[in-house]
Design a protein around this ligand. Structure first.
Ligand SMILES: [Zn+2]
Length: 52
């Protein structure tokens, strides 16, 4: 499963969820993961589902 943190490059396009607050963000492959909108620290995102 694809994972990432703010400032890292998105490995696969998809919907990602912050493991701390559950906030979902849409990320595009090759772009950079954003900070969590709810300002969690040490954010890790995990992919919920892939998008095309
Ligand atoms: Zn969060």
């Amino acid at each position: 499963m694809a994972t990432g943190a703010p400032g890292e490059t998105v490995p696969e396009s998809g919907i990602y969820k912050c493991i701390w607050c559950g906030n979902e963000v849409t990320c595009v492959k090759g772009e950079v993961f954003p900070p969590c909108a709810r300002k969690c620290t040490h954010v890790q995102y995990i992919m919920v589902r892939a998008t095309r």
